[in-house]
Design a protein around this ligand. Structure first.
Ligand SMILES: [Zn+2]
Length: 230
């Protein structure tokens, strides 16, 4: 009677199945998970939006500035052209020109400030796009690798399930039921006896227990696992 060995063989298959199924779960949770890409993509989009806004603001300011320069040069032509000779009128024109000059200076400073911001945002966008592209490439490779891993795991699981079926067929229903019920709380339901100890809970077993564990199905008196003393 090699019942204990058959149960132990079943345990070995189940341990392998557990590991493969666990690995499959981990692989499947990563398959199609593109949250990181979506996050970086959204950041890049936001930066591109900012860049566009700054471009527009700079353009509008430059248009305004062009208008100011036109007005100023019109006044300067009058003042220096010699056509206006009235002092009061010349004085008024000078005052008006001063106001335009101040406005022009303010606008030019504003444009410069926005240009500095624009350059920063432009570089940020370029970096972001580069990062996103690298991330997408890496993700693609990783997904292909995960997909291969998944097929390999499914294949291994299917093979193990076949082996498990034939292992189960060698075990009587009562022993099988006992094994399954221990498995509910302990993944390792059948353990080897090594150096006189249960490898589940490390308790030293009696000679009687060790002898019995060579053939039929007996449980460790301490942890309840099925013992195999092969
Ligand atoms: Zn034990």
């Amino acid at each position: 009677m090699e019942l204990a060995r058959d149960v132990y063989e079943l345990q070995k298959l189940d341990t392998e199945l557990d590991a493969r199924r666990h690995a499959l779960g981990a692989v499947e949770s990563r398959l199609g998970d593109d949250r990181e890409i979506a996050q970086v993509g959204a950041q890049v989009e936001a930066t591109l939006g900012k860049r566009k806004c700054l471009e527009r603001d700079i353009h509008l300011l430059e248009v305004e500035l062009e208008g100011l320069r036109g007005k100023l040069s019109g006044i300067e032509t009058k003042v220096y052209g010699g056509k206006v000779t009235n002092y009061k009128e010349l004085g008024d024109l000078e005052k008006e020109a001063d106001i335009f000059r101040q406005q022009r200076q303010k606008q030019e400073e504003e444009v410069l400030k926005l240009m500095v911001q624009f350059e920063e945002v432009r570089d940020q966008a370029t970096e972001g796009q580069k990062e996103l592209k690298a991330l997408q490439q890496h993700w693609q490779q990783e997904q292909e690798q995960l997909s291969t891993e998944r097929s390999e795991l499914l294949q291994a699981i299917s093979k193990l399930e076949g082996l498990r079926e034939s292992a189960v067929s060698r075990i009587d229903p009562t022993s099988l039921q006992l094994y399954e019920s221990i498995r509910q709380s302990r993944p390792q339901a059948a353990v080897r006896v090594e150096q006189g100890r249960c490898q589940g809970c490390r308790v030293a077993l009696s000679m009687n227990e060790i002898q019995k564990a060579r053939g039929g199905v007996i449980q460790c008196s301490s942890c309840g696992r099925i013992l195999y003393s092969g």
